[in-house]
Design a protein. Sequence first.
Length: 253
Amino acid sequence: MFENIDWARLAEFVAAGFAAQIVDGALGMAFGVISSTLLVSVLGVPPATASASVHVVECFTTGVSGISHALHKNVNWKLFWRLVLPGIVGGVTGAYLLSSLDASVTRPFVMTYLAGIGLYLLWRGLRKPPEPKEPKVIAPLGLVGGFLDAAGGGGWGPVVTSNLLVQGATPRTTIGTVNTVEFFLTVSISLTFLVNLGLEAFTTAVVGLLIGGIVAAPFGAMFAKHIPARTLLILVGIVLTVTSLYSVYRALS
């Protein structure tokens, strides 16, 4: 059973999944961008295969990450319930329209917007400690974030986390809540895909990313709990700016 496994190759995918999930669990974004970039640019995986692999893995890593955030008391359950239903509706709608929507046209504009948000969050974090405020725009944000995640192949964390932080939400519970909601969003989008592919979906890349992501998930939640709010805001700003600008570059090149 195990004689045909390329253990060295599997270890590379495990490392990629671990690195991506550490960042995603701690900052509420970037698993898809980081893992896809590592798979395509470093490990030589075809883009289509990389995209499918990441999508399958996120069904599991978001579940473990959500449980870890809940155990660390990083979840604002009031915010959770206001996000989860709009997020699922937006995600299912985006999945249905994916075949007729050319997301490659709108993606550079969305990523440019997110890069601007990242720079603003970085400036706010460096300028002074933010004063926590209750966010007001939640349901529409969940709807848009879910739609873009399904139709554009990713974006729930960057769109929702960043915009809640701009409204003054507390970084730790915002990151934990958005990560937890993402599990339900990802499953609602991916269920048909998983059922159709069955065990054939579990390639070496998927298994490696899955192992690395699940192992890293508890650590990401722990980091989010203990890192100061100002530092979290700065780190989110840096990661959002870098990943968004990279996505714009790839979309236009």
